[in-house]
Design a protein. Structure first.
Length: 173
């Protein structure tokens, strides 16, 4: 069965990056209301050996950029990886969405058998286009994205603790 490489990449990346941006808007608003320093949330780790939230957000955008650009045979855009605030992360996400949406179906469809070479610090790996998208790009995009979503758990836990310990007579919400 033939799939549309475009429909399996561009709309999916754009949809989930847009959703991620909306979640970050809520996190920024929460930080403002609760007087939480945004850097506290952006540098939070779920586990000591995991990347902080801001690094995982960078990874999500990198996978979307890499997937679409490599399939289309275009240059990858690069960011300085210095984002340290919600507005800076939101700007990176917006630029990534614009970049991903700039590709047309004719640039990506038909790349199922295209050779894609990805260079790593320890060598390179060769893929066929469809394998690259379905077995490398999308799984890594969603892995990074799902870890990002889990970062709201420690924040909620801290808020509950503060409500409980700070307002012992009130019910937990």
């Amino acid at each position: 069965m033939t799939i549309s490489m475009y429909k399996t990449s561009v709309p999916i990346f754009a949809q989930f990056l847009t959703s991620m941006s909306a979640v970050l808007d809520k996190a920024a608003a929460h930080c403002e209301v609760k007087k939480i320093e945004p850097a506290t949330l952006l540098n939070m780790r779920l586990y000591p050996d995991m990347f902080p939230l801001v690094r995982q957000l960078r990874a999500v955008t990198d996978h979307a950029i890499s997937g679409t650009a490599r399939l289309a045979g275009a240059e990858l855009i690069a960011f300085p990886n210095t984002e340290a605030s919600f507005p800076e992360v939101q700007d990176r996400i917006a630029k990534t969405i614009d970049f991903v949406k700039s590709f047309k179906p004719v640039q990506i469809d038909g790349t199922e058998d295209k050779e894609i070479v990805v260079k790593f610090s320890n060598g390179e790996r060769k893929f066929k286009g469809q394998t690259f998208l379905l077995n490398f790009c999308l799984p890594n995009f969603f892995f990074s994205r799902n870890h990002r979503l889990r970062h709201s758990t420690p924040l909620r836990h801290r808020a509950r603790q503060a409500r409980f310990h700070g307002n012992a007579g009130n019910t937990l919400g």
